[in-house]
Design a protein around this ligand. Structure first.
Ligand code: F6P
Length: 343
């Protein structure tokens, strides 16, 4: 094992740099050379890369995002893409790739196995929807942003006796909304896994009114859908190269519906990219560091087509095939029930 490549793809999240740093430190310690490819799979397709040494990853531990850049490039959506990727992998004399990303990026890594590309995956997505791992890099940082936003909305909601709707990301998974909402003490948490009725949200707000609480905080996932509409709300009609629609707007939809039936002022905040940016939490820095070192160990062992995963505070190895087949990971059903206790 002489040479490793690193690729970071998909929506970025805080903690990726910490993982890159760990991969480079461990690989250099083992006497390997490392190449960092720029902007996700686009970097391998265009052979856009640079050598990574210890000095190149110095100081990046607390910095959010990925200094290699990211994209949602899908080699399988490009004519001759997989062959080009394989050609550049060979031309660079790579022994393996460490691929840091979510289900799309890691799905590509798994499919490139058929083109003789060895890879080990590291889960990173604020959505936390990758199967076979309890945590993906970035989730903890994102939910801490959601918690802070809920805390801040509380004081102004209380002062003005308002309903505050906070729309958060997560695509088709409610992990961010559920964990962030519970941590912040939101009064209603609406997730994609459980279509909601606008009337039920209204009733909850009114129940709080009757109990003397003249404000409410509703956290809603971008992918949540009202039973009345039976579909998700999208920003436009486009899709990305993996076929995903661009979600967004459900917060404003809910406000319009509630406005018509509720005699209270309502405001909407969309947290959007603020929950994906900024510095990683201590949890994400440690997770990313452990994932990075373990990913290099798997490469040294020749264990490819695998992903590092956290299970009960241990870092393990799981097959990418299983990860892709079982994603998105279902939301914690116990917590989903528990959220209804708090309002
Ligand atoms: O998958 C991460 C994520 O942040 C989702 O929560 C969100 O729906 C999506 O990416 C946004 O994608 P983009 O960065 O392409 O706007």
């Amino acid at each position: 094992m002489d040479k490793l490549g690193i690729i970071t793809g998909g929506g970025d999240s805080p903690g990726i740099n910490a993982a890159i740093r760990a991969v480079v430190r461990k690989a250099k310690d083992e006497g390997m050379n490392v190449l960092g490819f720029k902007n996700g799979w686009a970097g391998l397709l265009e052979d856009d890369k640079g050598v990574l040494d210890r000095k190149d990853v110095s100081g990046i531990l607390p910095v959010g995002g990925t200094f290699l850049g990211s994209s949602r490039t899908n080699p399988f959506a490009i004519d001759g893409g997989p062959e080009k990727a394989a050609g550049n992998y060979d031309a660079n004399n790579l022994d393996a790739l460490v691929v840091i990303g979510g289900d799309d990026t890691l799905g590509v890594a798994h499919k490139l196995r058929d083109y003789d590309i060895n890879s080990v995956g590291i889960p990173q997505t604020i959505d936390n929807d990758l199967a076979e791992t309890e945590y993906s890099i970035g989730f903890n940082s994102a939910l801490s942003q959601v918690m802070k936003a809920v805390d801040q909305l509380h004081t102004t909601a209380f002062s003005h006796h308002r309903v505050m709707i906070l729309e958060v990301m997560g695509r088709d998974s409610g992990w961010i909304a559920l964990f962030g909402g519970l941590a912040g003490g939101a009064d209603s948490i609406l997730v994609p896994e459980k279509p909601f009725r606008v009337n039920d949200v209204k009733k909850r707000i009114q129940d709080r009114e009757s109990a003397g609480k003249h404000f409410s905080i509703v956290v809603i996932s971008e992918g949540a859908s009202p039973k009345e509409l039976d579909q998700q709300i999208t920003r436009d009609s486009g899709t990305d190269s993996f076929g995903h629609v661009k979600l967004g707007g459900i917060g404003h939809y809910l406000r319009e519906q509630l406005d018509a039936i509720l005699d209270m002022p309502i405001r909407v905040t969309t947290l959007a990219y603020l929950q994906r940016g900024g510095e990683p939490t201590a949890f994400d820095r440690l997770l990313a560091t452990r994932y990075g070192v373990t990913a290099v160990e798997l490469c040294l062992d020749g264990q490819f087509d695998q992903m590092v995963a956290s299970k009960g505070n241990k870092i393990e190895s799981v097959s990418l095939e299983k990860v892709i087949a079982n994603s998105p990971k279902p939301i914690d059903s116990h917590l989903l029930k528990m959220k209804d206790l708090f309002y």
